[in-house]
Design a protein around this ligand. Structure first.
Ligand code: UFG
Length: 317
């Protein structure tokens, strides 16, 4: 297939681009390089530098694309609370420009990078795709608005859409890994502390209603996540919008993650308890039943492998 990958210079988009190329697809990456890195775009993919608003119509017009995989987004929860307008503009506004460009060019399918943040504070776990969506920050709200827009474009314009709602993505795949300038995620922060880049990793809260008092999250290897996109590409029937959670179905606490990082690196990794981070739900675990039964997807790599791959990637830089 001829595929457009928006945000293909970012962490997840670059891994998925690499997997698509390995499967024999033709890949064009569209990225404004605002947070992505040019050298993260895998060899064999063509990079077009630009925003969706300015460039999507031109790239897609008359070019015979079979589908779009849409990763380009602002994705920092904290920043979204400070600058909600930016998140609505970049996430929803630019996605609308992309969808219009697809409609005009007659591109029939899209796979969209949605998030667990659309569910907000869950009433029960594991979270099902049919559970209420009550995002607690503009990041999650803007992603949910895109999901809603996709439902409408499927119903009214006949596109085939699939949304994958990611839980906590970690690990690396070959030359592609996590390289955020502002790093907020647990595993890279712990590993950077192991490297001596920080004095101690801060553990946000030890008084949550969980077995060890720290938050529980559903970690998924970026290569497992990437494989789900290949399956989703085949699943987007015209006129339908399918939504799948992407998680492992089980969770690990912050302290468990720290312990695995200590095992993998063989280093002490100093840690200090810090106050709770506003907006963190105690437990976020996905039901992965739907994607397993419908698309035959299952997790192949465990937390140990995620941390080991992230550690190899970090040390290679
Ligand atoms: N944490 C720490 N110290 C750190 C970083 C994180 O203790 O230095 C804790 C957090 O408080 C949380 C857990 O580790 O309890 C995981 O935090 P991450 O920032 O790694 O991931 P989140 O669960 O906050 O975020 C993920 C996605 C977001 C998405 C969110 C949905 O990365 O894109 O889930 O709630 F919005």
């Amino acid at each position: 297939m001829k595929l457009l990958v928006t945000g293909g210079a970012g962490y997840i988009g670059s891994v998925v681009s690499a997997l698509l190329l390995e499967s024999g697809h033709e890949v064009v990456v569209l990225d404004d390089l605002s947070t992505g890195h040019e050298d993260a775009v895998p060899e064999g993919a063509r990079l077009v530098r630009g925003t969706l608003r300015d460039t999507a119509a031109e790239v897609l017009g008359g070019a015979g694309f079979d589908a779009v995989l849409h990763f380009a987004a602002k994705s920092l929860v904290g920043e979204s609370v400070e600058k909600p307008g930016l998140y609505w503009d970049k996430n929803l506004g630019e996605s609308l420009a992309l969808l219009e460009a697809m409609r005009v060019a007659g591109v029939p399918r899209i796979v969209f990078s949605s998030t667990a943040a659309v569910y907000g504070e869950p009433e029960s776990t594991p979270i099902l795709e049919t559970d209420p969506t009550r995002p607690t920050n503009p990041y999650g709200a803007s992603k949910l608005a895109i999901d809603t827009t996709l439902t409408e474009y499927a119903r009214l314009h006949g596109i085939g859409a699939v949304s994958l709602r990611y839980f906590n993505v970690a690990g690396a795949y070959g030359r592609q890994g996590e390289r955020h300038d502002i790093e907020t995620h647990l595993i890279p922060n712990v590993l950077k502390t192991a490297q001596g880049e920080r004095d101690a990793v801060r553990l946000f809260g030890e008084d949550y209603p969980t077995p060890d008092g720290t938050c529980v999250r559903d970690y998924i290897h970026v290569a497992d996540l990437g494989r789900a996109h290949l399956l989703a590409l085949e699943a987007g029937a015209p006129g339908t919008h399918e939504i799948f959670n992407l998680g492992s179905g089980s969770g690990n606490s912050v302290l468990e993650v720290l312990e695995v990082c200590r095992e993998v690196t063989g280093r002490e990794i100093p840690a200090e308890i810090a106050p709770r981070r506003p907006g963190d739900p105690a437990v976020l675990v996905a039901s992965s039943e739907k994607i397993r039964t419908r698309l035959g997807w299952k997790v192949e790599r465990d937390l140990h492998t995620m941390v080991a791959d992230a550690w190899t990637f970090l040390r290679s830089r």
